[in-house]
Design a protein around this ligand. Structure first.
Ligand code: FDA
Length: 301
């Protein structure tokens, strides 16, 4: 992390929430489910698919986990009712109780998957920080046996363990999203050199494709997009075997380039009242915009 990035990371929590909200509004559909569906329809007009995420993680009680599960089930029903069948769902297991009681989380996700499968939908389990990796993979392993076509997982190329996890998970049919990983992890378990994170991404992707897994290639890094297209070509893959994935509000030009080239592309659309932690993570990734937020604070805007 550069000195500037480190300074931005340290200072962001001091920025008043209204300023963070202003600068992060490009990354979030809005507070309500209607906002999310408006964005999904806009994306659809541009030829892109979407995955919907209800913001809110690291909850404090089983009751909150229950409320979140019910909210996700309702979302699956709304997607079906709106006729947006290619739109799927992304969920963080801490929102369903992973750090409270893994068994409760497993039951909550089982319930959500049962609803989603009944409606022909698909649920992607987001990957959180390294405290959650083992427990998240254990839940995925259990439930993909019960819902083989309705659940997928995320792996992060930043983690040193990822190639091993890829090999282990590919023993059975798997559906991955591969990304670099947003959480800053200690060097003992994660690559810190950006070039190594990239090389680890390419290696894991190659292994996934070789083993016949479906992959959501989640990146805005054009070098990785190029490497991915190279692998797709080498393996002679048809369009149905993979998709590109990008975050709402990030590099819309690259999104248009990929769609224009006939690639399938899905945009991650977060929405909901609990927008703050997500916003801070996105702003940390973009020191330029985070810098605007800090300057706005000092100017008293
Ligand atoms: P990189 O960070 O190098 O960015 C490449 C370029 O993209 C930058 O140069 C910049 O131009 C642009 N860019 C990136 N971030 C930006 C921002 N916030 N604002 C403006 N421009 C920006 N992580 C995780 O740990 N668990 C998860 O489950 C997921 N899920 C997920 C889903 C999807 C669909 C995507 C695209 C990403 C994730 N991530 C994630 C986040 C991911 O791990 C990673 O942090 C970001 O995608 C940024 O990494 P890039 O590969 O885009 O490269």
């Amino acid at each position: 992390m550069s000195l500037l990035d480190r300074a931005v990371s340290l200072l962001l929590p001091a920025v008043p929430k209204p300023i963070v909200r202003h600068f992060s509004s490009r990354y979030i559909a809005g507070p309500a489910v209607e906002d999310a569906f408006r964005v999904v329809r806009e994306l659809r007009r541009d030829g892109a698919m979407a995955t919907l995420d209800i913001l809110g993680e690291f909850i404090g009680s089983p009751q909150e986990a229950e409320m979140n599960t019910a909210a996700y089930e309702e979302l699956a029903r709304r997607i079906a009712a709106e006729g947006l069948s290619e739109t799927n769902i992304s969920v963080k297991l801490t929102a369903l109780g992973l750090l409270l009681e893994p068994e409760l989380c497993l039951e909550n996700l089982r319930r959500l998957l049962s609803t989603a499968q009944g409606l022909g939908n698909f649920v992607r389990i987001d990957m959180e920080d390294s405290r959650c990796t083992d427990a998240t993979l254990a839940v995925y392993r259990t439930l993909r046996r019960e819902f083989p076509r309705s659940v997928g997982i995320v792996l992060q190329s930043r983690l040193r363990r990822t190639l091993r996890d890829t090999e282990d998970l590919c023993v059975e049919p798997a559906n991955f999203r591969l990304c670099k990983g947003i959480y800053l992890e200690p060097r003992a378990i994660a690559y810190t050199d950006p070039e190594l994170i990239r090389r680890s991404f390419v290696l894991a992707l190659e292994e996934m494709l070789r083993k016949g897994a479906y992959v959501g290639i989640a990146t805005h890094d054009e070098v990785l997009v190029w490497e991915s297209l190279r692998l797709v070509r080498e393996f002679g893959l048809s369009r149905e075997r993979y998709e590109f994935q990008m975050l709402l509000g990030v590099d819309e030009e690259l999104r248009r380039i990929l769609l224009g080239a006939g690639q399938r592309l899905r945009v991650y659309v977060p929405y909901g009242e609990h927008w703050y932690p997500y916003s801070v993570r996105r702003l940390r990734e973009n020191p330029q915009i985070a810098g605007y937020a800090l300057r706005a604070m000092f100017r008293g805007a």
